[in-house]
Design a protein. Sequence first.
Lengths: 371, 404
Amino acid sequence: MHMFARTEEQELLAENIARLLGEEYSFEVRYGSRPGPADSATAMWSRLAELGVLGAALDPDHGGFAGDARTIAVVMAQLGRGLACAPFAEAALIVGRILQQWADDSARLAALESLMEGRSTTLLAHPASATSESPINVIAARRDNGIVLSGNVSCVRHANLAASYLVPAQSDDRLVQIYLVPRDSSGLLLEEYRLIDDITAADVRLREVALPPSACMSFRVDVRDLIADALEWGTLASVAETAAILESLNSATFSYLMTRKQFGALLGSFQVLQHRAADMHIAAEETLAITDEAIDAFGVERNRARSALISAAKVVADTAARRIGSEAIQLHGGMGVSDELIVSHYARRLVALRHQLGGADAHRQRFRGMQ
Amino acid sequence: MIPHSISQLLTEPDHLRQWRSEVREFVTAHLPRDLERKVALGLKLNKDDYVRWQKILHQHGWFAGAWPVEHGGQGWDLVKQWIFTQESAICNAPMVIPYGVSMLGPVLYTFGNEAQRREHLAGILSSDRWWCQGYSEPGSGSDLASLKTSAVRDGDHYIVNGTKMWTTEAHWADWMHCLVRTGGSGKPQQGITFLLIDMKTPGIVVRPIITIDGIHHTNEVFLENVRVPIVNQVGEEGQGWTIAKFLLGNERVSIADTGPKLRQLRSLRALYAKAEGDAPIEQRALWKVQLADMEIQLLSLCALERRYIEAWNAGKKASADASILKIRGTEILQALTELSLDLEGPLSNAHDPKDLYRDPLHPLTAAQQASLVAHEYLYGRCWSIFGGTNEIQRNIIARQILNA
């Protein structure tokens, strides 16, 4: 049984992703060949598209085959376990949720088809750590029958992979709209850097980027709600991925404790380490349980209970990730900090996940606000 | 808005939601006002209070939910039992005292003979025969199998000698179900026998143990040449450990015990609402975060509790799951009481055990209310110790995850 899966389709989907990552993009293959995993992102993305995985993020009404929270959790768990650096949450899920509500029928269909086929990548230009409550820093001004965008969006994950961006911007009358901005627009600059989980991000700088009026996308729902909804789905994805990595780290650590000997005894025979392992197990179990509850809460449209629950799940996942990320390294001893073992890579990915879409502090506040 | 309970954030299928509201309606309609107030305020309930509520439950067919119908129970599955227990506590109903109905009853209809069932089941159902549990001993707590109380055959009687300890509410009990040693060789788990002992038998002395909260909950029970008829042996001689494990296994459904914690969380929110007005803004901000964190921890315990109970209900073996619930449940309870104390501010040191016996229908002073908070904090220290310390629980978890 694969994590979060309840149906045969979900089991099969998980199996397919696990096989792809295990055979073509295993940790050993990717990390054995320098310069590193980021280079495999584009190739992996096409393979995921070929396998039809990208359609998991979209509703059947829009050409996808799932679009439900549980299927998305199933996908994220496998991508997490396999340490995939593919932008499923960013480019398929978050963007997919937004594009599905695009009121322009033909543009919508074309964009979603392109998304599913992995032909071109679109990203939401929002800071990696933003929650649905974060302010929007890009300003939209009218000029000469067109629009000019100015501002800076810091740390957009995978920004280098995108052919275009969905840029939320605020106009003088405080109205928030989303603008479709091609990567090669004049005045759009990327300041790229690598992140702790080996992927590339960029500050997207918009210096008087001039756009035609058609760049302003119209949606069937309120734009702020749409963004908030999409970011909540993204948060669910990050929590599901965290849950899977926690399980992988625990299982690596527990088997290490039962293999490695010190002073003539298995590490796992020392009670102090047994108890720390027990606490790691508890933390992973809690994350799994609250994530399952959050998944069920996504069966309805966004409401305060759902928002509170996803924030609660993020806090639990973040807390568990902090504990397990550091304990897995500590209990592996020197091997835990080596680049050769997957442990240190999982630990770095957990740091990234913890800070994505709001950390524990932000979500505690958000949880309070939702009640 | 303060919800009825934060656990409502979790999605529940319709039939369970329906069951929950039935429970709520029942409790609201039948729970006497003074009992409701006692539980809501955190006052001490006496034996009559518990008996009164259990009799009400029994009269209306809401008692012994876990028992099969043919033995006078309701035949509820684990999920229904759990929702009943949780929702009752949220609605300020007294807990159902487990020693008879939850512990001994299932032992009797599973291991007992016909005569023992006839003799004891009715008294458990009517709450007219009150039970205590004679397990722990001085020197045998979490390491229960090391118990030394001996039972030696003498014709159609056992002669029992030894001391039982931490025997909660033994001073209320008519009878005690008890583990005694009938054989000495082999593993410590062998040679243990399950006996039912009438507390009026000559040779039994009950000595109160006053706990850290200044209250008499528990006791030491001295047994000196106590003659117990052989007919009061349940199961075979030497089967005691198996029966004890079965009995404790039945406790798993209430081991996380989220109901009272959800109730306490409500009090905590009320405390915060009271404290916030006078607190400086930095303190308020800190409390808000702590409160949110507390709520999130409890919510995740509720999620974990439901996940495990549903799995057990579907036939999965409990393994270390129950230990996880025990550890997190008690840690969260203790954290709740610690935060409550902090919120009492200048009154956080108020504590007079007498306040636990105040009139529930008469308003309490601020100091008296603070006193009850301190009591919860102090009594809360017990939870991570009894029923197998949290350290023992971690050993159990480690055995499972490390296959050691």
